[in-house]
Design a protein around this ligand. Sequence first.
Ligand SMILES: NC(=O)c1ccc[n+]([C@@H]2O[C@H](COP(=O)([O-])OP(=O)(O)OC[C@H]3O[C@@H](n4cnc5c(N)ncnc54)[C@H](O)[C@@H]3O)[C@@H](O)[C@H]2O)c1
Length: 443
Amino acid sequence: MTADRRVAVVGLGYVGLPLAVSFAEAGLEVEGIDVSEARVGTIRDGRSPIDDISDERLGSVLSGGLRVSTQGEARVAEADAVFVCVPTPINSTKDPDLGPVLAAAGYLRQHVREGQLLVLQSTTYPGTTMGPFREVLEESGLIAGKDFDLAYAPERVNPGDPASAAREVPRLVGGMTPRAGERAAALLSHINDKVVSVSSPDAAEMAKLLENVFRNVNIAFVNQLALLCERMDLDVWEVIDAAATKPFGFMRFTPGPGVGGHCIPVDPYYLSWRAREFDFVDRFIELAGDINLAMPRHVVDLVAEALNDRGQAIRGAKVGVVGVAFKPNVQDDRNSPAAEVIAGVAGRGGEVRFHDPHVPSFRDADGVVRAGDDLPTLLAWADVILVVTAHRAIDWAALYGTAGLVVDTVNSSAGYDVADRQVLRLGAGWSGASATPEHPARR
Ligand SMILES: NC(=O)c1ccc[n+]([C@@H]2O[C@H](COP(=O)([O-])OP(=O)(O)OC[C@H]3O[C@@H](n4cnc5c(N)ncnc54)[C@H](O)[C@@H]3O)[C@@H](O)[C@H]2O)c1
């Protein structure tokens, strides 16, 4: 078995582009392929569409081992191995939408050649690689495991967190055959210090879902604890900090306005959908989904409550949302809870504007698109500030020094000198001891 040196990466998003860049930096010959001509054009021009890859880093591999192509131009048959990193969304009834994966397989079916290795990297339910992905590829007339090799290797990158993309983070690989697993592991070991092999693509698919369902369930658990703390006149943030001093057997999760992004609100439904095919209802996933999906509504209730404290109704109130990306320090606003929160406030008659240093314009869950304001403009305009995402780049001192009324869903007020009843915190109630008995959730 000669070493594979030429790699194609299909899908150049948050996962595929860093993979292609890392392979090129490791000295491999890489062709990055995307269905979007606009995306290919942007990358070719040396403009990185994602925060984690700088233009400098992209520029140096573009003048080295990375070529970027649209599907029509790509020379897939020249690659020794192809990694598929296309989206795996859910539809409106929260069932898996394998459309992009099957479209990518349909494209590769026309180019796959004997001896190639095909690796699916998109997050998906156990059975995808060996089932529908393989079936479409085999329509080429070639047989997986005999004519070409097939493996699954999930991604662990956490955009906005450079440590998650480090070489030290182990990667998982499950090959259909030992040879497929060994080839995928050998390629990934160019960019990861440790590659862990499991017995099958299905086991690797399930391991990836375990990682993400684990997060989803624990976030739901602390979200529920936050609601309980509001009723019990306790500060959930203090409680979590206290529990987190235990050096073993506890992992810190924090509550918030809901879950967002491409992974946590999506991937668990891949598993619960698949479970139903085995007459199995995954109750943890259903329950966690219920709790997390209800958080944006609770946040809208907190906004109404804060305004009520000032004798004002949410109808007609000016609500200034701070942070709409789905998590801090990224521009990614996919499935952000801010979309439901803003639509919820607007649905109850509030007027909404927002500020986010990373997101210039934002579409709410009702499809209304708003352009962002700068922070001073928002602070001068709003009756109440609603903090959804705590980016480092926000001037928190100005916010807490200026805003008369704040609903804080992420404990961004911690450490600032805030006045009594200036801030209503998710999971903790009003700032200042004097006001606490009147909080309605505590009656
Ligand atoms: N974003 C994350 O943090 C993360 C982390 C781990 C795993 N994942 C998983 O990785 C996969 C990709 O996610 P992402 O965040 O990179 O998505 P993304 O939307 O950022 O990028 C996907 C890219 O694939 C392209 N594409 C779509 N269909 C295609 C096709 N048929 N052929 C070629 N290109 C196509 C799109 O144009 C886009 O550029 C998903 O399964 C996701 O769940 C994502």
